[in-house]
Design a protein around this ligand. Structure first.
Ligand code: DAH
Length: 337
């Protein structure tokens, strides 16, 4: 019996030591209810009284050895599993991370902010007005009575007979002068609407930036100086400006203002279509009728105003030939700014 016990111990320990040993299976095979060691213990009744304690003690030692070996092996397996896991999940903190895609401001917003910065730097502040506007502010107060031909080029969307989507930012001039006494120095950027079909150069929704200065003794020289500084800041220090006579109902005299082409410097190229000049805005001296419509005495005060298209400036600045690109939100376009 002693030999049997010794060989059980040897066999069991050898099995446990093997790679990939199934510990649960080995435990059942030797120590389980129907296990080999248990079978030996059961047969102990046949032993003599002297032999019994000796064999009993040996059997206990064998059991303890097998249990200890099983425990140790299980511990080893857990440790190597943990080590393998740590190895597999190792993080190299010196590797470059994957940075999340971060968006940026829309090119029109960028240009609008650039325009705002330039005028704020000259002492202008920002005024706002509603996009849903009264006929009175959008037209009548600006010296464009009903049936005036100037309404043709500014046909817009009507909410009611006298309520419309503003076709220009000029009504903000009137709203500002109505509740603010001179000196006035404001710009007003914002959305405007016209019932134009969408094509490469027209959109039923676009953006303008209005400017208005009213004070005692304001002259056309102030207008020219202001726009010259603006043009140099926006298009480069060597930029020159040119005034061409024009007509707007709310200014007198009125002008269209061109900047010298910042690509060719005025010699003529593809951007300026060979002209050497690029038209960028409309401007003029505020019409006395408009001043008096707003309760400002034109004998005491004078002013200038100007209005520019934000899309137009952005298209010229970046060489964009289709206005629709601004509204399609195609990332391949937006990404470039
Ligand atoms: N509101 C005009 C337009 O949409 C642009 C304009 C011209 C604004 C002359 C002005 C100005 O303030 O003085 O065509």
């Amino acid at each position: 019996m002693k030999e049997k016990l010794t060989s059980i111990r040897q066999e069991a320990l050898a099995l446990i030591a093997q790679d990939g040993a199934d510990l649960e299976q080995i435990k059942i095979k030797y120590l389980g209810k129907k296990g080999e060691l248990t079978a030996v213990l059961r047969g102990m009744g046949a032993l003599s009284a002297e032999e019994r304690p000796v064999v009993g003690q040996l059997a206990n030692e064998v059991r303890a050895d097998i249990e200890a070996a099983l425990g140790e092996k299980a511990q080893q397996l857990r440790a190597s599993a943990l080590e393998a896991q740590l190895k597999a999940e190792k993080l190299d903190v010196t590797m470059p991370g994957s940075s999340p895609a971060v968006g940026h401001l829309h090119p029109l917003t960028q240009v609008q902010r650039e325009l705002e910065d330039i005028f704020i730097g000259m002492g202008f502040s920002i005024a706002e007005g509603p996009e849903v506007e009264l006929d009175y502010y959008n037209f009548q107060a600006l010296n464009i009575p009903e049936n005036h031909p100037a309404r043709d080029t500014q046909d817009t969307f009507y909410i009611a007979e006298n309520v419309l989507l503003r076709s220009q930012t000029s009504p903000v001039q009137v709203r500002t002068m109505e509740h603010q006494k001179p000196p006035i120095r404001i710009i007003s950027p914002g959305r405007v609407y016209r019932s134009d079909a969408l094509d490469a150069t027209h959109s039923p929704l676009f953006h303008q930036l209005e400017g208005l200065v009213v004070d005692k003794g304001i002259t056309m020289g102030d207008l020219k100086g202001t726009l010259e500084i603006f043009a140099k800041k926006m298009f480069g220090e060597s930029t020159r400006i040119r005034f061409r006579p024009h007509h707007f109902p709310f200014t007198e005299p009125s002008a269209e203002v061109d900047v010298s082409c910042y690509v060719c410097g005025g010699k003529g190229c593809r951007l300026c279509k060979g002209e050497g000049w690029i038209e960028i805005l409309g401007a003029g001296m505020v019409h006395p009728f408009v001043l008096s419509n707003c309760g400002i005495d034109p004998e005491e005060y004078s002013g200038f105003a100007f209005g520019l298209g934000v899309e137009r400036i952005a298209m010229k600045k970046y060489g964009i030939d289709d206005i629709r690109l601004f509204y399609e939100n195609d990332e391949r376009f937006l990404e470039q700014f």
